[in-house]
Design a binder for this molecule. Structure first.
Ligand SMILES: [Zn+2]
Length: 317
């Protein structure tokens, strides 16, 4: 039985990991992503770390989680936001560089795979994984398998349009997407705007930093402490998120919805806020037994999902 290599390429950090044949994490090498370095820098870093990890170990396959859109059929990354990666044949590069069979998927799908195989989604038949960080990504497991959809874009819950908005979303639309209303970036913007325009009501928030420096972290902290202004801003955002989750529940009726990413660091407070909104839409027609839980693997979920991709190449599921 061969060991596995997993790679997670993210916007702020990258990781390379060595896993045993059962998917247990044995070693991880990680560092910060350099934006100025671009693609070639990243590939050099990965080459060095994977070579170090595989030194005396026989490796069967490599899985890669990429923090941007991936065309799963062609195994090319299609990121339009990061220069140098556009239409890059990443799996082919891994195969040529390391001589390993490779499969690449986006970070939300890998997060879903990771939580399903090794985390909070173990044993579920269907689940949805949501990464709530700067943006909002999602991955769907149906009948125990990842559902990628026709264009590999299934699960993009962050880009369900919920209302009219003047704000342009990262997808290019002014369509009030979930991401533009409830992501970490959206919470940053909301708390900064509120503190700048309503300094009297934001007096507690402004004790935590200047208006332009406030982030979702301060907002959640103040809301948790019972500051009414922070509570209102956070609860409004969570109501939009709850709407998107309700659409997901009506559509898929999954066993679990698993929340990961930086905003999920708000923990039980986040889950309670979502339930508070969902209670407004309870209907006697629907049992609504879908569990909403926090991710178990934290920000390691995509790396573990990449290991699952590799595992399935060696031992098809
Ligand atoms: Zn959008």
């Amino acid at each position: 039985m061969h060991h596995l290599i997993a790679i997670d390429i993210g916007g702020t950090r990258f990781r390379a990991g060595l896993f045993d044949p059962e998917g247990r994490r044995l070693a991880v090498l990680e560092d910060k992503t350099s934006h100025s370095g671009g693609r070639d820098w990243m590939l050099d870093q990965l080459r060095e770390r994977v070579d170090a990890l595989r030194r005396e170990t026989e490796i069967g396959a490599c899985g890669v989680s990429f923090g941007g859109p991936v065309d799963f059929k062609s195994q090319r990354v299609t990121s339009v936001h990061t220069p140098g990666w556009r239409n890059f044949a990443l799996a082919e590069w891994v195969e040529n560089t390391f001589g390993l069979p490779c499969r690449v998927d986006n970070d939300a799908n890998c997060g879903a795979l990771g939580e399903h195989r090794f985390g909070a989604g173990r044993g579920t038949e269907s689940m949805v994984y949501l990464t709530l960080s700067t943006g909002i990504g999602g991955g769907i497991i149906c009948h125990g398998r990842l559902h990628r959809g026709r264009d590999g874009m299934a699960g993009e819950i962050g880009h369900i349009p919920l209302t009219h908005s003047e704000r342009t979303c990262t997808c290019g639309l002014k369509s009030g997407c979930t991401e533009s209303l409830a992501s970490g970036r959206a919470l940053d913007q909301k708390v900064r705007e509120f503190a700048a325009h309503h300094p009297r009501e934001a007096v507690e928030l402004l004790k935590l930093g200047k208006a332009e420096n406030l982030t979702a972290r301060e907002l959640v902290g103040a809301a948790r402490e019972g500051d009414p202004a922070a509570e209102t801003i956070f609860q409004e955002a969570m109501e939009w998120l709850a709407r998107a989750l309700l659409i997901t529940i009506r559509l898929l009726d999954p066993d679990k919805i698993i929340l990961g990413g930086g905003v999920a660091g708000a923990g039980d407070f986040l889950v309670q806020s979502i339930h508070q909104s969902l209670r407004n839409w309870r209907s006697p027609m629907f049992p609504d037994t879908t569990e909403i839980v926090l991710a178990e693997l934290g920000d390691f979920a995509p790396l573990h999902g990449a290991a699952a991709l590799a595992m399935d190449m060696v031992r098809p599921c």
